[in-house]
Each structure stands twice: as structure tokens, then as C-alpha cells.
Ligand binder design. Structure first.
Ligand code: NAP
Length: 243
């Protein structure tokens, strides 16, 4: 059992912002579990970071599978006995840009919510006992500025016209859930915060300009918050975003 350094787990970490979040947490000296729904790809990604001398190990975790979540919790409990940092990064965006909000099919809504909302809530609930076993638990929910209901409703906002309803509303739900859980845990050492990573070039957002180095920074900052840090916030690189 590892008792010396902090233990983190990042979901959806086989590529994109999640993979870079693992790298930056490990570079900060945190023993980091790189979680992927495909075990072999998680192992492959972990081996590359281990070759850079980073304290990273792979774990299988499909956030839409109760069985996979339970197995991952058992594995972390067996290997480490606790979890200090959970970064809920896994996410999908399925909306068709060429369809109006009312035209997105029900299956798009269901699949998006399964991963982005129900999966995130179930993973968090399942790991909560191990986070409570930490002296300073941190939960980071990777949301999006597109989940800001205030900006989505504001004709003056740059994001007003970006209407990807299933994705945007799923991230609004992540924000709302962050508020609920932060309230529940307000008198514990566990801090729960939502972040927007930025407009980052990944498979999900291939036309963006910022690289994953920037994209991981908000998650890492909130994962490494000190005891005097905030809880129940929605931020991007330290700037507060409207809910
Ligand atoms: P990405 O490159 O598409 O990576 C998404 C990751 O999520 C992949 O590792 C994928 O795993 C994983 N994933 C999907 N479904 C999963 C499941 N059921 N269980 C476990 N893992 C699953 O996307 P990204 O841009 O890095 O996005 C990371 C997070 O940032 C997402 O929550 C996204 O909504 C958010 N975000 C991104 C941007 C942006 O500009 N890129 C902006 C705002 C918010 P596989 O490799 O197995 O598919």
C-alpha cells in the first residue's frame, strides 16, 4: 500500500486532456492512476509515461459500466487503500452540428448523459469511501464553458450561438451536481469543483488552437488545492465562470 505520496485517478485518460492531466499530476509527484475503458490502451499510455520516469499506473475503468466501476474501486482499495484525487475527465460530444437543438435524436441525449452525467455521478459515488479515507480528498469535475446556463442564455456571450444541446445540458448537469455534492461534503476535508479546460485541440475539438498542456492546467490546479482552497466552484485557470 502506498502511503507516502498522494494517489490520483483520472478517468478517460487514454488520450487528449485526460492523458496530459495524468502527466502533469505525475510530474507534480502525485502517484497517478491512468484510467481507460480499454485496459490495453490504458497500459500502453501508462508505459509511455513510466518510460519518462513518471509515477503512473494503468487501471481499467469504463464510466458507463457499473461492473467496471466496482472492479476499479476494488483494485484501488487493494493497491492503495485510499484515493486522494479523483478527476472526472471522461466525456463525449455526439451532437450533430448541422441539426437544430430540437432535432438531435433521443439516442444522442441518452448516450451523452450516460457518460457525461450518470457515469460521472456513479464513479464519484463509488469512490467516495476511498476519498473519505484520504486526509484531503479532491474531486475535479471536467465541465465546459458550454455548460454555463448563464452564458448560453446571454445573446452577448461568444458561446450563445454554440448550441450542442445534449453536450451543453450534460455539462450544465455536471455543474449542478458539483454544487449538490460540495454542499454535502462542506464539513469534510473533501473539495468538489468544476472546471472548464479551455478550447483545446483534441479528437473532440480538432479545430481548436490551444494544446493539451494548457487544457490540463485547470484540472491540475484544482486537484492540488491546499486545505484553504475553495469548494463548489466553476473556474477556468483560476477565473470564476458563471454557472
Ligand atoms: P477526447 O480527446 O475525445 O478524449 C475523451 C476521453 O474520454 C478519451 O480518453 C475516451 O476514451 C474517454 N471516454 C469516453 N467515453 C468513456 C467511457 N465510457 N469510460 C471511460 N472513458 C471514456 O476529449 P478531450 O477534449 O480530451 O475531453 C476531455 C474532457 O474535457 C471531456 O469531459 C470534455 O467534455 C471536456 N472539454 C473539452 C474541451 C476541448 O476543447 N477539448 C472543452 C471543454 C470541455 P477512449 O479513448 O476509450 O475513447
Amino acid at each position: 500500500m502506498n502511503t507516502s505520496s498522494r494517489i490520483a485517478l483520472v478517468t478517460g485518460a487514454t488520450r487528449g486532456i485526460g492523458l496530459e492531466t495524468v502527466r502533469q499530476l505525475a510530474q507534480a509527484g502525485v502517484h497517478t492512476l491512468l484510467a481507460g475503458r480499454d485496459r490495453s490502451r490504458a497500459v500502453e499510455a501508462s508505459l509511455k509515461l513510466q518510460a519518462e520516469g513518471l509515477p503512473v499506473e494503468a487501471i481499467a475503468l469504463d464510466v458507463t459500466s457499473g461492473h467496471s466501476i466496482r472492479e476499479a474501486v476494488r483494485e484501488v482499495e487493494r493497491r492503495h487503500g485510499r484515493l486522494d484525487i479523483l478527476v472526472n475527465n471522461a466525456g463525449i460530444a455526439l451532437d450533430d452540428w448541422n441539426k437544430a437543438p430540437s432535432e438531435q435524436p433521443p439516442e444522442t441525449w441518452r448516450q451523452t448523459f450516460e457518460t457525461n452525467v450518470f457515469g460521472l455521478v456513479e464513479v464519484t459515488r463509488a469512490f467516495l469511501p476511498l476519498l473519505r479515507a484520504s486526509s484531503s480528498g479532491r474531486i475535479v469535475n471536467v465541465s465546459s464553458v458550454l455548460g454555463s446556463s448563464a452564458l448560453q442564455a446571454d445573446p452577448a456571450s461568444d458561446y450563445y450561438a454554440i448550441k450542442l444541446p445534449a453536450y451543453n445540458v450534460s455539462k450544465s448537469a455536471v455543474n449542478a451536481w458539483t454544487i449538490q455534492l460540495a454542499y454535502e461534503l462542506r464539513d469534510t476535508g473533501i473539495k468538489v469543483n468544476a472546471i472548464h479546460p479551455g478550447n483545446i485541440k483534441t479528437d473532440m475539438n480538432p479545430n481548436a488552437e490551444l494544446d493539451v498542456g494548457v487544457g490540463a492546467r485547470s484540472s491540475v490546479e484544482m486537484a492540488l488545492l491546499g486545505a484553504d482552497g475553495p469548494t463548489g466552484t466553476f473556474t477556468h485557470l483560476g477565473e470564476t465562470l458563471p454557472w
